[in-house]
Ligand binder design. Structure first.
Ligand SMILES: *Cc1c(COP(=O)(O)O)cnc(C)c1O
Length: 239
């Protein structure tokens, strides 16, 4: 893609993040901008890195491994896996990533624990909205699920992650993200060594500003980096 388009998009996103932080008295250093590079090729992903972005996310194992190989000189990159991870693929990818954003069942946790060569930073995915099509544990079963992870030495629950429904209104987005924040605080307050749960992975191109206003510490932005039309990135609404 055109380098200038990418530059402009990144500047727009970073300015929006700065604004929403100011408005909500958040420290900008607490916000980690992840570029979801799943829709672009190796070269474009490298352009993103050349622009100073350090967090990259992929949702397909093969693609993550391919890009990591392509960018192997760039040892400072933090790799995030945001997709559904099949158990049989865990051993191939789990030691190649820095964060896993979609932990939502005990069998997967057991496989990660078995294959990991170090503690893996995991986000537990929560289906806050209750949409049937969404991955994630239900808010009601979250506490029990977190308890069940205590036996796994190689799993560190660094935080919670959610995806909002595509058609959610701004009001619903606020509610979903503030619900996840409340669930996070409840786990954090337990002060579990294996589940410090200080982070919130929430917000995508459409809703990252609302997510930040509700406490996000990791935002996962994809199309906002790469769309080259005049469409506004994010919303103007971040009350
Ligand atoms: C694709 C994807 C994103 C990025 O979505 P955009 O709307 O392109 O910003 C974020 N999180 C997850 C889990 C995704 O699959």
């Amino acid at each position: 893609m055109l380098e200038q388009t990418l530059k402009t998009n990144i500047q727009k996103i970073e300015t929006n993040i700065q604004k929403v932080c100011e408005k909500n008295s958040r420290d900008i250093n607490d916000i980690n901008l992840i570029c979801v590079s799943k829709s672009v090729d190796d070269e474009t992903t490298k352009q993103v890195v050349d622009q100073g972005i350090i967090h990259l996310a992929e949702n397909r194992m093969e693609k993550l491994l391919e890009k990591k190989e392509f960018l192997k000189e760039e040892a400072h990159i933090k790799w995030h896996f945001i997709g559904n991870l099949q158990r049989r693929k865990v051993k191939t990818v789990i030691n190649e990533i820095d964060y896993f954003h979609a932990l939502d069942n005990v069998k997967l946790a057991a496989e990660i624990d078995k294959r990991a060569e170090k503690q893996i930073k995991c986000f537990v995915q929560v289906n806050v909205s209750g949409e049937e099509s969404k991955q994630g544990v239900s808010p009601d079963s979250l506490s029990e699920f977190i308890d069940s992870l205590s036996v796994f030495e190689n799993i560190a629950v660094v935080g919670l992650m959610t995806m909002a429904p595509y058609e959610a209104s701004n009001e619903e987005l606020h509610r979903i993200f503030s619900d996840l924040n409340r669930l996070k605080k409840a786990i954090e307050d337990k002060k579990l060594a294996y589940a410090p749960c200080k982070e919130l992975s929430m917000g995508m191109s459409r809703d990252y500003e609302i997510a930040i206003s509700e406490g996000a510490t990791f935002v996962r932005v994809g199309s906002g980096f790469f769309d080259d039309d005049e469409k506004e990135v994010g919303t103007d609404e971040f009350i």
